[in-house]
Ligand binder design. Structure first.
Ligand code: F0G
Length: 384
């Protein structure tokens, strides 16, 4: 059964919203949880403490496939013929892949000049229509919702609750990889806050079902140039408060925030979002998981990305925010060196190679470790 080869659907008893005949799979979720002792040692952590979950190993190269396989199954179940999303790049690549796999028309909305080229090229390859809006992700998100409502198109952003069902499995695989033990911390980048919402739900349900006996703490890392969640939680004291979140007040806080930071900007373009649609669900996750929110600068993100490249298998900038956040939390004692930590590396290194290349160049544009030019001659090659 192909469903048993999917790292999402082999947990299908826990995602029980459709029949097998509706489930769309392209073999997603066959990811790797790596115990990385070298990086742990570099960061001053004990052996066996640090695990990296490589979600870039998914078919479209990011964690999004976990969500798309579930949402597209629902789309098939309800007979959708065309679909759309707004995206900072990875969602568009995943939507385009799954739309192609189930023969659906697909349109992706991206902010002009705001997505990494590797991601745009994927959507093109899979045959999606691309609408490049002169605005940022938040503008795209607003427009795509209106378009989908007016034209009866199936919306695939993480507002879609079935997406979050699929993304719960990232946590199942981490626990499974740890021999069915719960780590002390899960660290995840925060953009539109779909993952952080899904993870809280996953742990809440597993505990209710008696499959785990405790819930790990969740650390959500914003980029400093797109730090709405950090601002709302840490500076304005916003809480889940038993579900009594006043969304009107949140809208006013968003407006206040946007007035202060005109437009979000970070090298981690995947999380360059200032009005996260899953804010309320994420507050609930923070409540469930005794969670915290941190922000890290672009410089910290770039350095952390280089560390994952050197000691691990690499990741894209947004994913490295987790390691940058971990460094800060180790430094100030929030996380102890023997605590067990799992960082979710959300996207593949090759999604955004330009950022890697520019990191290795100095201000004059020269490589620190440049490729050596050689004649096609064996003696000269050996000399080099
Ligand atoms: N990491 C990567 C690599 C992403 O692409 C995204 C989101 C996130 C983290 C943030 O995840 O929204 O669940 O908090 N990318 C979306 C996109 C917005 O359009 O590709 P989140």
């Amino acid at each position: 059964n192909p469903l048993d080869f999917s790292g999402v659907w082999r947990f299908r008893e826990l995602l029980n919203f459709c029949e097998d005949k509706h489930r769309v799979t392209v073999g997603e979720g066959q990811t790797l949880l790596q115990q990385n002792d070298e990086l742990a040692a570099f960061l001053g952590m004990d052996k066996g403490s640090l695990h990296l979950e490589y979600e870039g190993m998914n078919p479209s190269g990011s964690f999004k496939d976990n969500g798309m396989t579930a949402a597209f199954s629902h789309a098939v179940m309800v007979g959708a013929k065309s679909c759309a999303c707004a995206s900072t790049g990875n969602t568009s690549a995943a939507v385009a892949l799954y739309a192609h796999a189930c023969g659906m028309k697909c349109t992706v909305f991206i902010g002009s000049g705001r997505i990494a080229f590797g991601k745009l090229s994927q959507a093109m390859d899979y045959g999606a229509n691309t609408i490049q809006i002169q605005g940022d992700f938040d503008d795209c998100m607003k427009q795509v919702q209106e378009v989908c409502t007016r034209l009866n198109i199936y919306l695939l952003n993480s507002l879609n609750p079935f997406r979050l069902e699929g993304q719960k499995t990232i946590m199942y695989r981490i626990i499974e990889g740890l021999g069915w033990e719960v780590p002390d911390w899960i660290i995840v980048p925060g953009g539109n806050l779909g993952n952080s919402s899904a993870f809280g739900k996953a742990f809440f349900e597993l505990k209710e079902l008696g499959l785990i006996d405790r819930i790990p703490r969740l650390a959500i890392i914003n980029a400093a140039g797109a730090d709405t969640l950090s601002y709302l939680v840490n500076e304005r004291g916003l809480k889940w408060n038993g579900g009594n979140v006043n969304m009107k007040e949140v809208q006013a806080l968003y407006a206040d925030f946007t007035a202060r930071h005109f437009s979000p900007h970070t090298i981690a373009s995947a999380i360059e979002i200032s009005r996260p649609v899953n804010l309320k669900k994420c507050l609930r996750s923070i409540d469930i998981c005794d969670g915290i929110v941190r922000k890290v600068t672009d410089e910290q993100i770039c350095d952390a990305k280089a560390l994952v490249g050197r000691y691990g298998m690499g990741c894209e900038p947004a994913s490295a925010a987790t390691i940058a956040g971990l460094r800060d939390m180790l430094a100030d004692g929030t996380i102890g060196k023997s605590e067990r930590v799992a960082c979710v590396l959300t996207g593949h290194l090759l999604k955004d190679p330009d950022k890697t290349v520019s990191y290795h160049k100095n201000s004059e544009g020269e490589f620190s470790n440049p490729p050596v030019e050689s004649a096609n001659d064996i003696e000269e090659i050996i000399k080099h």
